[in-house]
Design a protein around this ligand. Structure first.
Ligand SMILES: C[S@@+](CC[C@H](N)C(=O)[O-])C[C@H]1O[C@@H](n2cnc3c(N)ncnc32)[C@H](O)[C@@H]1O
Length: 273
């Protein structure tokens, strides 16, 4: 290739990208991984192109500071998760109904704001820890008008990072070959943990508001007491990651589970350990 063409083509490409961006807004959900150095190249490209980024907490805003410097930052508060999926009209209790209605209003507000921004040609990137498709916040994909272009950028989630931390592959449980990703038995769920445990498969328990005592009472009924468990704290974070090992029978007595850091620990259960 002639020298001039070699240097000219990338410039043309960049101009092309800028022109494409000028008229076309888009909404992205970006998986940020469980640690800064697990953010993907694609995630960084999207953030670079974004006019507006959404973050859930001030802590995330500070943590991802290097990536989002100079961007307009909007808050996507945790309150948006409240009673997502519940239909207020089907709730008899007036207090709960009011709470559900508040959640519906808050979600509509942010959907309307994002819609207006994308229609103005803005790129909006909603940054989410880990992988957005596992207990992330995906309602905007359902609620944005159909003409709003959307894309999801996958990230390294707590499941993958915790599996790497224990250096054992959760699907390979000797005589079992499945993994169940689950969480506490929140109200209204039909796939409650006791039903899932009956299969004896590997369990990966996300710990949002987890009642450990109830969970281990359930586990003890379905898994032998010597079944290994591992609590992985700060999975994927090379400096702080910690693996705490125990068994189904001993966990509640020997692990200080009440003082694990909020939202940064995940529980693995099964023979694969
Ligand atoms: C709302 S979920 C979000 C999960 C996230 N989308 C993912 O793929 O990692 C939050 C839960 O994920 C788990 N989690 C998230 N980050 C973690 C980390 N760095 N180490 C261990 N567990 C983590 C915890 O169980 C936490 O309660």
């Amino acid at each position: 290739m002639r020298r001039s063409a070699k240097y000219f083509l990338p410039v043309l490409f960049l101009l092309g990208a800028a022109v494409a961006h000028a008229g076309q807004g888009k909404f992205y959900i970006v998986g940020m991984g469980t640690s800064k150095d697990l953010v993907t190249v694609r995630a960084l490209e999207v953030i670079e192109s974004a006019d507006i980024v959404l973050v859930e907490t001030e802590g995330e805003r500070a943590y991802w500071g290097d990536f989002i410097t100079g961007k307009e930052v909007w808050s996507r508060p945790i309150a948006l998760r409240v009673m997502y999926g519940a239909d207020p009209e089907k709730i008899a209790d007036p207090k709960k109904r009011a709470k559900a209605e508040k959640g519906v209003r808050a979600r509509k507000e942010i959907v309307d704001r994002v819609t207006a921004a994308v229609r103005e040609g803005k790129i909006v990137a909603d940054l989410q820890g880990g992988d957005p498709m596992v207990y992330g916040l995906t309602f905007m994909l359902e609620q944005l008008p159909k003409d709003i272009p959307t894309e999801v950028i996958p990230g390294v989630g707590a499941f993958q990072a915790a599996s790497a931390a224990v250096k054992m592959s959760p699907p390979f449980g000797y005589d079992t070959s499945a993994v169940i990703l689950t969480m506490d038995d929140w109200e209204g769920r039909v796939d409650v943990n006791e039903k899932l445990m009956a299969a004896g498969s590997t369990l990966v328990v996300y710990t949002m508001l987890l009642d450990y005592e109830r969970l281990f009472a359930q586990l003890r009924k379905h898994y032998p007491a010597d079944t290994p468990v591992a609590e992985v704290v700060d999975a994927g974070d090379r400096e702080n990651q910690k693996v705490i090992r125990s068994t189904v029978g001993r966990f509640l007595d020997e692990i200080d589970y009440k003082n694990l850091p909020d939202e940064r620990h995940i529980l693995l259960v099964g023979k694969f350990l």
